[in-house]
Each structure stands twice: as C-alpha cells, then as structure tokens.
Design a protein around this ligand. Structure first.
Ligand code: G
Ligand code: G
Ligand code: MN
Ligand code: NA
Length: 254
C-alpha cells in the first residue's frame, strides 16, 4: 500500500523517465525502432526497477494513468525525432500491460495521443503479452480496436505463454518478439537453433516481423542473421538510452 501511494505521488511529481532501447536491422545494425522502457527515480531514493513497480501499478489500477503518461511521452519524443531526422527517425514501440487492455477507453486514448503529436499510426507499435489476451475476452476486443487505428501490435516474450499459436489465429498481430530464452543458447545447441528458426519461420509465413530479444553477443547477432532474422534488440547493440542519446546517435549516423 505504501508503494502504491509512492507511485501515485511519483507520477504527480514527475519522478518517472522513459529510456529507449534500439531495435536494429541486421546485419548492419541501423536503428529500425526503439522500445520505450519506464524508469522510476523516487525523490531522494535509489531507482526502483519496473519489474518491481509495474506489477504493483497493475494491481492497483494505477498503470492506467502511468500508462497514459508513458504513451504520451513516448509519442512526443517520437514526433520530435521525426521533425528533426525525417525518415531516419526510428519507429516507436510502447509496452501496454494486461490491465490497460481491460480499459475500454484505451483505443480512444491512443487515437487522441497520435493526433495530438501528429504521429502516423504506422510509426507506433504496442507491445502486449500473450498472457494478457485470451481468445474471445475483452482484451482481445481492445486489441482489435487498437489495430483498426493502424498501430502495429507486437506479441512480447513470444513463445513463453500458454497459447502462442492459438492466439495468432484470433489476435491481429504484426510483430513477434521472440523471447530472450530462445536466443540465449543459440550457439552450440541444435535444438535451440531449430526453435529459433521455426519461430522466425512462423512470422515469415504469416507476413509478420520477427524481432530477436535479449541479444548480448556478436556471435548471437551473426547467427541470428544466418538463421533468417532481420530485426534484433539487446545489450550487444545498445542499452536503453535517454531520448537525447537517441538523438545524438541519429545525428552521428548521417
Ligand atoms: O526495462 P526492464 O528490463 O527493467 O523492465 C522490466 C520489466 O518491466 C519488463 O517486463 C518490461 O516489459 C516492463 N516494463 C518496462 N517498461 C514498461 C512500460 O513502459 N510499461 C509496461 N507496461 N511495462 C514495462
Ligand atoms: O518484457 P520486455 O521484453 O518488454 O522487457 C524488456 C526488458 O529486457 C527491458 O527491461 C530491458 O532492459 C531488458 N533487456 C533488453 N536487452 C537485454 C539484454 O540483452 N539482456 C538482458 N538481460 N536484458 C535485456
Ligand atoms: Mn517489451
Ligand atoms: Na520484450
């Protein structure tokens, strides 16, 4: 309950920040998109990990207000990059939690944020988890309304849920983010490689993008390219960075 109150206070006081992790195109590593990741720096305290506060924000429903702030801030930054860098600007990917998908006002909110910042829907992808969406449930209804706006829909941590393949029949997905656990042991494990190839194959067959998550080494990146992956994300390419550092990277790329 203490943490919940501190989160609310933190949002009012501007204690949250977004950092952006590049999603790169293989093999050259150009910045295709960035994923927005929230950080909390409580006044006078040590930073708190989202792994700790996002679940609390979900349980208390506070994620609805925090999520609206995240979406607005990420779209404002994306619009600014586009003004400054034109077509070289990265697309933006924003995490949306299970609780947010149960809010019937989410599609309306997304539409108004896009209009406010003059951002084309095709520049924005919302990342959802498999477990957040059950066939036929209200979250699926929301995802369909979001997709109808023209934004992309990415399945985060793909392959770790209980209904990965079933969901692809009913949910209007545009991107599969292949979970780090399938990427970790690529080198030296034929089984692991077979799974990684199958997952990118499913994406290709269905006309979806596949993004390999949690790439930490050069060997993994090289191997993923050979296995047919076009997009990847991870510490090997870049850590999550403040918006200004993304700007600087775009400037030095041209
Ligand atoms: O960035 P980091 O690896 O510390 O994130 C830990 C967890 O918090 C991940 O599961 C990530 O998806 C989640 N997370 C980070 N930023 C956001 C956000 O902006 N919104 C939501 N809903 N989850 C986030
Ligand atoms: O749940 P989601 O996939 O959105 O979580 C993304 C989280 O993964 C972010 O918090 C980010 O900090 C973390 N992350 C990104 N790249 C790497 C990586 O190469 N290794 C590890 N261990 N974590 C990563
Ligand atoms: Mn994500
Ligand atoms: Na992810």
């Amino acid at each position: 309950a203490d943490l919940a109150a501190a989160l609310r206070r933190g949002l009012a006081r501007g204690e949250f920040r977004l950092v952006y992790q590049p999603i790169v195109e293989l093999p050259l590593g150009g910045m295709h998109a960035v994923e927005a990741l929230v950080r909390w720096h409580p006044d006078g305290g040590a930073p708190v990990s989202p792994a700790e506060f996002i679940p609390v924000a979900e349980q208390t429903g506070m994620i609805v207000d925090l999520g609206a702030w995240i979406l607005d801030t990420a779209c404002a930054d994306a619009a600014a990059w586009q003004r400054r860098h034109g077509t070289a600007a990265p697309r933006i990917s924003v995490n949306v939690s299970a609780r947010q998908l149960l809010d019937p006002e989410l599609p309306g909110l997304v539409g108004s944020v896009l209009r406010r910042h003059g951002l084309e829907p095709g520049r924005v992808t919302l990342e959802i988890t498999e477990t957040a969406v059950f066939a036929g449930g209200p979250a699926l209804h929301t995802v369909r309304a979001l997709r109808a706006l023209g934004v992309g829909i990415a399945l985060d941590d793909f392959g770790t849920g209980h209904s990965s393949l079933t969901l692809l029949r009913t949910c209007p997905v545009t991107t599969l983010k292949v979970d780090k656990s399938f990427i970790d042991e690529l080198n030296g494990s034929p089984e692991q490689e077979a799974i990684a190839v199958s997952l990118s194959g499913i994406a290709a067959t269905l006309g979806l993008r596949a993004v390999a998550e949690g790439v930490e080494t050069r060997d993994q990146a090289d191997r993923l390219h050979v296995l047919g992956y076009r997009f990847a994300q991870g510490y090997h390419f870049a850590r999550p960075l403040p918006a200004g550092d993304i700007d600087a990277a775009l400037l030095s790329a041209v």
